[in-house]
Write a protein that binds this ligand. Structure first.
Ligand code: PA5
Length: 435
């Protein structure tokens, strides 16, 4: 089970930079009561662990026959799958089968490299878009669609769509061309969708049992509404982060896992936090990091820079591998002391030392502790962070499930690219370029 240690945020530990337990608990209770009123239908993501995965498993069985599996999607439709791939199947592409490419950024060079590597005949393409209207995803889809058709391959054998159950361009195409499809539940939005077919199909393809992910997430979902704070660490975390902003003006949240396998989790969490909370002038800025790497590039700033940050560590009790550092060079103290320890001891000691150093400098920091990295725990971590973010949104009084701020840029892109109905935006882009 995931644990949360927030002692280094308390006044007893870090003086005036800290918070009192009473303040934290009052706000935590408030977050549970706000959540219990279920003010948004999008809170349905909390029930995802109870879904039936038989259709996903069936399609995954077919997908495993292909050598290459390509995901086309962006934002919430790409980052979750990428976390699963990197956390649970690192170096996946050194395998002979089921090599995975996640193409999100419409970077023409990345596209070229991917098509140079894959063999289309042995490729299955999973197009993921909740709305079915995201320009980047649809452009990539069109490229692959054309290539599949040019080679006279059957589109039904080479595409799987993951999209809204009722509407959108992909839904229309799926119905017309009988493309196998998986549904993203109506009330689940992109960045909260990793535990839907968005992430679960890829998991099954790379050999991760979706039921293990969901089993982990279920333990967390069952605690979401619990009023006993000792059983609801999400409420504590949401409260601490919210109060650090409101009462201590700490506007930057550094997410700092100590494992390469969680590097993408850092990016995923930053999207979740930023897009869910950054509205109406509210929210804090998430900052993706990685330990120990960033001790050698960012720690100086965290220790002595502006008093605007909270550090959120993710520490891993057991990394699963005990590689002992060799005992060599007995006369050179700079190497001698390392010998006989394990790499796990070193990475975990680095984490502990950084946490202590921050505390000694009165810098607020917290720690999520996970026993190990496996599908059960990754499922827990996803749900833990998603529920925490939703609770924080409720404390801020913003809707954590919309993203009105990204619409304008999308409309201007549509206008500039000549989409009908966006002529005014097209003119605005032209005028901007002329100025
Ligand atoms: O969280 C969100 O809603 C967004 O990040 C979306 O996931 C992203 O914009 C992609 O949207 P879609 O899945 O509709 O293509």
């Amino acid at each position: 089970m995931i644990r949360l240690d927030f002692s280094n945020i308390l006044t007893e530990e870090i003086g005036h930079n800290g918070l009192s337990l009473i303040e934290i608990e009052n706000e935590a209770k408030k977050s549970i009561s706000l959540l219990s009123k279920k003010p948004y239908k999008e809170l349905d993501f909390i029930n995802l662990p109870f879904q039936d995965t038989s259709q996903i498993k069936e399609l995954a069985k077919k997908a495993r026959d292909y050598e290459y599996f390509i995901v086309l999607g962006i934002g919430g439709s790409a980052l979750g799958p990428r976390v699963l791939l990197e956390a649970l199947s690192p170096f996946n592409n050194l395998r002979k089968k089921n090599r995975v490419f996640i193409y999100d950024n419409v970077d023409p060079a990345t596209f070229k490299y991917i098509i140079e590597i894959i063999d289309l005949k042995k490729t299955l393409i999973n197009v993921i878009s909740k709305s079915g209207s995201t320009a980047e995803t649809l452009a990539s889809f069109l490229l692959f669609w054309r290539m599949i058709r040019d080679r006279k391959l059957d589109v039904r054998q080479h595409f799987i769509f993951t999209t809204d159950s009722e509407k959108g361009n992909l839904k229309m195409i799926a119905d017309e061309y009988e493309i196998p499809s998986l549904e993203i539940p109506k009330n689940v939005v992109g960045r909260y969708s990793v535990l839907t077919p968005v992430g679960l199909l890829l998991s099954e393809v790379i050999g991760i049992k979706s039921e293990e992910l969901l089993e982990g997430a279920k333990e967390i979902s069952e605690r979401a509404y619990r009023e006993n704070l000792n059983e609801n660490p999400m409420a504590y975390l949401a409260s601490c982060l919210y109060l650090m902003d409101k009462l201590k003006n700490r506007k930057v949240l550094v997410f700092l896992p100590y494992s390469d396998r969680l590097k993408t989790m850092s990016e995923w969490f930053c999207q979740l936090w930023a897009e869910s909370l950054g509205k109406e002038g509210k929210g804090t800025t998430p900052y993706p990091s990685l330990g120990t790497t960033d001790q050698h590039s960012q720690l100086q700033l965290w220790m002595e820079g502006p008093e605007d940050k909270v550090i959120l560590f993710v520490s891993i009790d057991n990394h699963g591998f005990q590689e002992e550092i060799p005992q060599e060079f007995h006369d050179i103290e700079g190497l001698r002391y390392l010998g006989g320890h394990t790499l796990e001891e070193l990475i975990n000691t680095e984490q502990l030392a950084t946490e202590m150093a921050l505390r000694m400098n009165k810098k607020p920091n917290m720690k999520i502790i996970i026993p190990k990295i496996d599908s059960f725990i990754i499922g827990q971590l996803f749900q833990f962070l998603q529920i925490t973010t939703a609770m924080a949104g409720l404390l801020y009084g913003v809707n954590p499930f919309n993203q009105p701020g990204v619409e304008l840029g999308k409309r201007l892109t549509y206008g500039a690219m000549g989409k009908r109905g966006f002529e005014t935006e097209g003119e605005e882009v032209k005028n901007y370029l002329k100025r």
